[in-house]
Design a protein around this ligand. Structure first.
Ligand code: HEC
Ligand code: HEC
Length: 174
């Protein structure tokens, strides 16, 4: 049962990673936060390599947690791992520790910026209307599935003054 579950998980995640042959095995071990106990059991024999070149994320981060975060970045920007990570010497493998791609370093600045926004500014906001997920910004708050955040242009002449009958705070997209 357990091993069948594991096989299914690997299969599902391999599909998710089909366009990125590197890391398919390893990434399958990454818990998605939904069931930590199960992912412990589902850990493959080959352990995830320890990161060697972390400059902004905690150096002692669990490799599974790191991969979970990385998948979050990729999803938030609508990109593959290879958007930030340079190819390695082996074909179809990325050299995750390499800093050759400028986007990786931009991402480091973005990680620090996001931490500062949350730690220094959002932490000061005590808004009773805010749901827990509103209490911090993420990469996706700005990027929304685009590597470059889209320019927001308000609809022309949407309204003059407050709309009548609109929900308080206005209808926010998403
Ligand atoms: C938006 C850019 C971006 C994307 C997309 C991204 N990463 Fe990363 N990744 C980074 C950055 C930045 C670091 C270094 C973080 C630091 O310096 O603390 C990193 C570090 C890593 C490391 C640690 C390497 C080492 O040895 O130091 C691994 C492994 C990794 N990423 C895997 C992945 C995987 C797998 C994906 C796709 C699911 C992915 N990354 C997608 C930006 C990205
Ligand atoms: C407050 C809004 C905001 C947040 C939050 C944010 N970004 Fe950005 N990001 C931007 C803007 C604006 C740019 C364009 C800046 C530029 O190119 O000069 C950008 C550019 C980037 C780029 C370069 C894209 C390209 O095509 O050159 C990467 C990579 C990136 N962000 C990653 C991230 C990651 C990873 C996170 C979360 C840790 C994040 N960003 C969070 C606003 C944001």
């Amino acid at each position: 049962m357990q091993s069948r579950l594991f096989a299914a998980t690997v299969l599902a995640l391999s599909f998710a990673f089909a366009t990125q042959p590197m890391f398919s095995q390893e990434a399958a071990a990454g818990p998605d936060g939904s069931d930590a106990g199960q992912s412990q059991a589902a850990r493959p024999r080959r352990p995830l390599p320890k990161p060697t070149n972390l400059k902004v994320l905690p150096k002692d981060i669990a490799p599974e947690e790191l991969i979970h975060i990385m998948r979050g970045y990729a999803g938030a920007l609508g990109v593959e791992c290879s958007f930030c990570h340079a190819p390695g010497p082996k074909p179809h493998r990325l050299d995750f520790a390499s800093d050759a791609k400028p986007d990786k370093n931009i991402a480091r600045i973005m990680i620090q910026m996001t931490e500062t926004i949350n730690g220094q500014y959002m932490a000061q906001v005590h808004d009773p209307d805010a749901m827990p997920a509103d209490k911090h910004v993420t990469c996706g708050t700005c990027h929304r599935g685009h590597s470059m955040p889209e320019h927001f242009v308000p609809p022309p002449e949407a309204h003059h003054g407050p709309p009548t009958g609109a929900p308080p705070g206005g209808a926010q997209p998403q």
